[in-house]
Design a protein around this ligand. Sequence first.
Ligand code: ADP
Ligand code: NI
Length: 217
Amino acid sequence: MNTEDVIQATADHVRGLLAGEATGHDWWHIYRVWQNALRIGDREGADLFVVQMAALLHDVDDWKFAGGDEKASGRAARVWMSEQGVSEPLVEQIVQIIDHVSFKGAGVETPMTTIEGCAVQDADRLDALGAIGIARAFAYGARKGNPLFDPDIPVQLHGTFDEYKQSSGTTVNHFYEKLLLLKGRMLTQTGRELAEARHRFMEEYLERFMDEWIGKL
Ligand code: ADP
Ligand code: NI
């Protein structure tokens, strides 16, 4: 197996599957996660083949679109990697990361045991923050059929993955239920540094949103 060739073939494969996706889980999300995971993984001394493969394959057949099955991405990744001749121990490491990368609710722990997994999870979460994170949240909220905001719908800090999966709140609530919590859950030093400015920007955005909502601006 030539690792460069497998990475390139995987990028082409994922690009083909996700090009044009409209809820922020498109190829360019994968591309940004791939590049940021590489950057973080490099600084943290991670195995960059494992990092890149997990980043590229983490949202193929994501549970949000696979009928809520959180193992679907890992399964799809395993099939693809076996076809590419990736060795079984590497496949296991990569699938383990994909199975644990997703946010599963404010009160649900999602442990990452390897530095490669930490790099991918931080990169994925960075893309849920800042200007891009705001755009993705409203795109995905629309797909779920959620209102932008409704002062009568309370924020819910979900204690289990099932509650989180089935919830139907508002997109502004999603900032309090997930996005503003991510800065405190970054796993690497580089991830924490990169999350800082993106977090502040979301806070400013929400402040303006509320000011406009109440007619103050
Ligand atoms: P994760 O699996 O950790 O949630 P993904 O890369 O699959 O990460 O993408 C999650 C994206 O979907 C984020 O940008 C997030 O804000 C958005 N998202 C998830 N649930 C909601 C929701 N209920 N309302 C708005 N956006 C959401
Ligand atoms: Ni993702």
